[in-house]
Ligand binder design. Structure first.
Ligand code: GCU
Length: 333
């Protein structure tokens, strides 16, 4: 009997709730068809993670809540290499990674990050936004990934724990952290340093313990991970521009209806525009903040530039032989 009354009470409550929803006009909650993960190794507030959140917002809006993208910043899914492995199995659905993390597996991608390749940022964007950028974005399919868009990561420069770097002689014998990339390790060797491959999250500690003397990155990363605290001498040599790439797991992609794939591509393109805008603002802000915190900026001289360029020439000899036509197109863009 008691049970019967409880049931009647429950049904009455449900009826009342439905009535309230009808009266207030509140829409019934949408049940998502897909809840997908997105990894980024940069902290919250960084231009790439902010743009990832914008991507997620747009996707939710345009699929009417049917596709939800959950962004995990700060390397919560591990290093970029670990994220890429998980993506190949469909364990992580989307990510933004540095091109350097991918290029060992598909060396043609190195063409976009050769040292001293671009005249300036505009030149890089003409390449990425043009036919070469599109062709190389599509080629990542060979790795079981879908290239969605290019994000900006500015220019990378050297910074040192112990002394200002003003010439190649200053790099001789230094232990210099690089990304997990054969090309970047080779660049360091040609410049006279000793390459130490470490993941991004380990760089600060490696400076603290003296395992490395120098590293290289852009102003926003240098500032966001507080590397200026442990390596205050920043030489603006801008030796590479390494684009960021926004990716989907191929396994995830093939499960999605074409209609959603189309929406995801549109949202990725829009988030990329937004990221570039955030990037431009952040480059100046990060530099100013690092300088305020005691970083010493060393300006690039024409001699240093010429010296570095001559030293890395063997890399060009190799890539000119491997991909002459593509390299020519990049140069003429
Ligand atoms: C860039 C990039 C990171 C990358 C880092 C690195 O700052 O945004 O994704 O991990 O370089 O040097 O490893």
């Amino acid at each position: 009997m008691k049970r019967f009354f409880s049931l009647v009470f429950l049904l009455a409550c449900l009826g009342l709730c439905a009535g309230c929803a009808a009266l207030t006009g509140s829409a019934p909650e949408v049940i998502p068809e897909y809840v997908l993960t997105y990894a980024d190794n940069q902290p919250e507030g960084y231009p790439t993670t902010e743009a990832a959140l914008e991507f997620a917002r747009l996707v939710e809006e345009r699929t009417g809540g049917k596709v939800i993208v959950q962004v995990q910043a700060d390397g919560e899914f591990g290093s970029e290499q670990e994220i890429l492995t998980q993506m190949q199995f469909g364990g992580v659905d989307f990510a933004r990674v540095s091109l350097s993390s991918l290029a060992d597996e598909l060396p043609v991608l190195n063409l976009l990050q050769l040292p001293f390749l671009y005249e300036d940022a505009e030149h890089m964007w003409r390449v990425l936004d043009g036919a070469v950028g599109q062709e190389l974005l599509e080629q990542v399919q060979q790795l079981g990934l879908v290239g969605l868009s290019w994000y900006d990561a500015g220019a990378r420069s050297f910074y040192c724990r112990t002394r200002p770097i003003r010439s190649a002689a200053d790099l001789q014998g230094l232990a210099i952290r690089v990304q997990d990339s054969a090309l970047m390790a080779e660049m360091i060797r040609l410049l006279g340093g000793r390459a130490v491959i470490l993941s991004y999250s380990d760089v600060y500690y490696a400076f603290e313990t003296g395992r490395i003397d120098a590293a290289e990155n852009n102003w926003p990363a240098y500032q966001a991970l507080r590397h200026y605290e442990v390596a205050p001498y920043f030489t603006v040599d801008q030796h590479t521009r390494v684009p960021e790439i926004q990716l989907a797991s191929g396994r995830t992609w093939e499960k999605l209806p074409e209609e959603y794939q189309q929406i995801l591509l549109e949202c990725a393109a829009e988030s990329a525009k937004y990221q570039r805008q955030l990037w431009t603002e952040q480059e100046g802000r990060a530099r100013a903040a690092a300088l305020d915190s005691g970083c010493v900026e060393i300006d690039l001289t024409e001699e240093l530039l010429e010296e570095f360029r001559a030293l890395v020439q063997p890399i060009y000899d190799e890539y000119e032989t491997l991909y002459p036509a593509l390299l020519e197109k990049i140069r003429n863009s």
